[in-house]
Design a protein. Structure first.
Length: 322
């Protein structure tokens, strides 16, 4: 059944999505076709890679949509001797796949290298390091697809789009962008990509090229740990609503616009705060339904307050993680 709603005008109707074509107890086997670094510079403090999988001839062929995720089953066992459970990774490809024929999927993965807070010993993320180490031709077990709510609408021409991403939360937006810009439509698209430093931006050259090729696509970055002339200090994704108010205000006032947010948990608080500061009345209620007392105390919003008193409408699609 299609997703519909009546609380705000022009709510997106999402397409039907296939779920769990391959369950964790019945994974399929795909083959790695590419594994490349995808940070803007090799001087980045993090190691992030773009990995592609050939799923032709498997139950995943032809069923995965941009915005969904697949599960990766690392080999070996956990500390209790049980096989590792699947870790979910957002797809970075458009629905047509990397190959245009829905046979090649992609994701991005940040290599997890950390220190155990009690022992001080090095901790290596099981799935992330496994994926980062895969070579072209290697086999990998996949499950999925997962997710039916963070998708492009069924009729993409009815909407304009504002995308906010941090870190590897950029994955679904890469797929969305290539999908939307491949269509002969007039939909406006703005992507705000957040990262600590310029060297940490993901797919940066790709997005710059797309913004130069398509006038209807605007690409903005927000660098949180290096000085920025637009704010004389740190710049977070929500700050772009202020630095580029002339761009955002007409879009936010339009009944066509949808807002998508993907990245670290808590980023939605700053975005909703900034929306509440700059929008009023009917325009604000297109995106959220805050309690009156919440509007009187915007500066003190936190994740708990948002969950309790600030309800995003179905024109705000959230996919955040710890």
């Amino acid at each position: 059944m299609n997703t519909t709603a009546t609380d705000t005008p022009n709510v997106p109707v999402l397409p039907d999505a296939t779920l769990h074509a391959c369950r964790p107890n019945e994974p399929t086997t795909a083959r790695v076709t590419k594994n490349d670094i995808c940070t803007a510079s090799r001087k980045s403090a993090g190691f992030v890679r773009h990995v592609e999988f050939d799923v032709s001839g498997t139950p995943l062929e032809g069923v995965c949509m941009s915005g969904q995720s697949v599960g990766v089953l690392p080999p070996g066992a956990d500390d209790r001797g049980k096989p590792h459970r699947p870790r979910l990774y957002s797809l970075a490809n458009p629905t047509a796949g990397e190959d245009g024929d829905r046979k090649v999927l992609s994701t991005i993965v940040k290599r997890t290298l950390d220190e155990h807070w009690e022992t001080g010993k090095l901790f290596l993320g099981v799935a992330s390091n496994y994926l980062c180490d895969l070579q072209e031709g290697d086999e990998v077990r996949l499950t999925g697809p997962n997710g039916k709510r963070f998708l492009l609408p069924q009729d993409t021409s009815k909407h304009d789009y504002v995308f906010f991403a941090t870190g590897t939360g950029i994955a679904p937006f890469r797929g969305f962008l290539h999908e939307l810009l491949a269509k002969d439509e007039s939909a406006r698209i703005v992507l705000v990509m957040g990262a600590p430093y310029e060297t940490d931006l993901l797919y940066h050259d790709d997005f710059l090229a797309l913004s130069q090729q398509h006038e209807r696509f605007t690409y903005l970055t927000a660098l949180s740990r290096q000085p920025n002339p637009d704010t004389n200090g740190r710049l977070y994704v929500q700050n772009r609503l202020g630095t580029h108010a002339d761009l955002f205000r007409p879009m936010l006032a339009s009944e066509r616009t949808l807002i998508y947010v993907c990245g670290i948990a808590g980023m939605e608080v700053g975005i909703l705060q900034q929306l509440a500061r700059m929008e009023t009345g009917d325009s604000l209620r297109q995106y959220m339904n805050p309690e009156p007392e919440a509007l009187a105390d915007i500066d003190n919003w936190d994740s708990r307050a948002v969950l309790r008193n600030v309800k995003p409408t179905k024109r705000v699609l959230l996919e955040v993680y710890a």
